[in-house]
Design a protein around this ligand. Structure first.
Ligand code: ITT
Length: 196
């Protein structure tokens, strides 16, 4: 089975990517080398995904290894698209999922509304010898101001996908697997992986 090294330290992403890339041996890079800091200082999901995949590819120093990275986030219309690429750091330096969620709920309420259209974006980068590719996926829905359910990760307890009346925290895993920004991007990434 072909090995796919994931340039991520986010356990939620690892779990979802493993479930969606069944034909590959998916290995988080930290199982191969020590975790190191990657400065994600680009201003798009695409470029930040490339920064992560290239950083891990270079440190691994194995020409034929295939590295994949995911840069993703939630954009809330009533906040002008925030937090977007800053989703992981929204609650400040060292903030965890819970801090970020709390800050987002507060920010939406401050706009005088209880929900807002929102969407998730995922950019997936694939880097291997002589190849740097990126693909995207999106999931549209509504961000609400009450966290519900324990499924998924990150902002999922306040995200209601279009066509549903429950959050991703409440819905069964299969729904996110079918609809998510990450699954759509990974579906495209799969087509690239097959050509390598
Ligand atoms: P890596 O950079 O190591 O991959 P990270 O968590 O820092 O991990 P990002 O910079 O891509 O990853 O930030 C993505 C944030 O957006 C993540 O921390 C979540 O808070 C949120 N997010 C992304 N996809 C999500 C999803 O499917 N469900 C819920 N929240 C999500």
């Amino acid at each position: 089975m072909k090995k796919l090294v994931l340039a991520t330290s986010n356990k939620g992403k690892v779990k979802e990517i493993k479930a969606l890339c069944k034909g590959y041996e998916v290995v988080p890079y930290m199982e191969l080398i020590d975790e190191f800091e990657i400065i994600e200082n680009a201003d798009t999901f695409k470029d930040n995904a490339l920064i992560k995949a290239k950083a891990v590819y270079e440190v691994l120093d194995e020409e034929d290894v295939v590295v994949m990275a995911d840069d993703s986030g939630i954009s809330v219309d009533v906040l002008g698209g925030a937090p977007g690429i800053y989703s992981a750091r929204y609650g400040g330096e060292g903030a965890n999922d819970k801090d970020n969620l709390k800050k987002l709920i507060h920010a939406i309420k401050e706009r005088g509304v209880r929900h807002s259209p929102a969407h998730y974006t995922a950019a997936i980068a694939i880097v291997t010898k002589g190849i740097e590719k990126t693909v995207h996926g999106w999931m549209y829905g509504t961000a609400i101001t009450e966290a519900k359910g324990k499924g998924g990760f990150g902002y999922d307890p306040i995200f209601v996908p279009l066509g549903y009346d429950k959050t991703l925290g409440e819905l069964e895993e299969g729904v996110k697997k079918k609809l998510s920004h990450r699954s759509k991007a990974l579906n495209l990434a799969g087509k690239i992986l097959k050509t390598l």
